[in-house]
Ligand binder design. Structure first.
Ligand code: UDP
Length: 161
């Protein structure tokens, strides 16, 4: 008998999602987690931290020359952040859809930013914008030992494998 090869490709994709200080202050941690969980993604890392200037300078290295850079760092260090790593098929692209456009005025209703924010400088949540960016950001925010590899018992219902 031939054994059918299971196709796990892409299921292990990971992304960094963070509830920013305004989201934490506004008690939106559970709301953000809920939206990723109910979609079928797997939480593989989670922590609350007060981010340092050094970490944020690395995280936002590509924005260093933007006029809003110093106010962005001030905002991001103004209180605790909840950083998470989510895993699943196309999770990077899907997370950007769940989170919505950078400017809440452009973010569709039903997205996190579209439902919970009005101003671009207080947009509640971060999600990596590419697979390479996600790998870079995950390694900045998490040590490998903080990420847990586990398989959900609902795997067969979420994926066609
Ligand atoms: N930001 C801002 N003013 C701007 C553009 C961006 O304050 O005009 C902030 C905003 O919090 C945004 C973050 O900088 O989420 C990073 O900007 P990026 O363009 O990377 O957007 P994102 O990937 O977060 O959607």
């Amino acid at each position: 008998p031939t054994t059918k090869k299971k196709n796990f490709s892409g299921i292990k994709e990971r992304t960094l999602v963070a509830v920013k200080p305004d989201g934490v202050q506004r008690r939106l941690i559970g709301e953000v987690i809920k939206r990723f969980e109910q979609r079928g993604f797997r939480l593989v890392g989670l922590k609350m931290l007060q981010a340092s200037d050094k970490l944020l300078a690395q995280h936002y290295v590509s924005l260093q020359r933007k006029p809003f850079y110093s106010s962005l760092l001030y905002y991001m260090t103004s209180g605790p952040i909840v950083a998470m790593v989510w895993e699943g098929h196309n999770v990077v692209r899907s997370s950007r859809m769940l989170v919505g456009s950078t400017d809440p005025a452009e973010a569709a209703p039903g997205t996190i930013r579209g439902d919970f924010s009005v101003h671009i400088s207080r947009n509640v949540v971060h999600a990596s914008d590419s697979v390479e960016g996600a790998e870079r950001e995950i390694s900045l925010w998490f040590h490998r030992s903080e990420l847990i590899d586990w398989e959900g018992c609902d795997h067969k219902n979420i994926y066609h494998i």
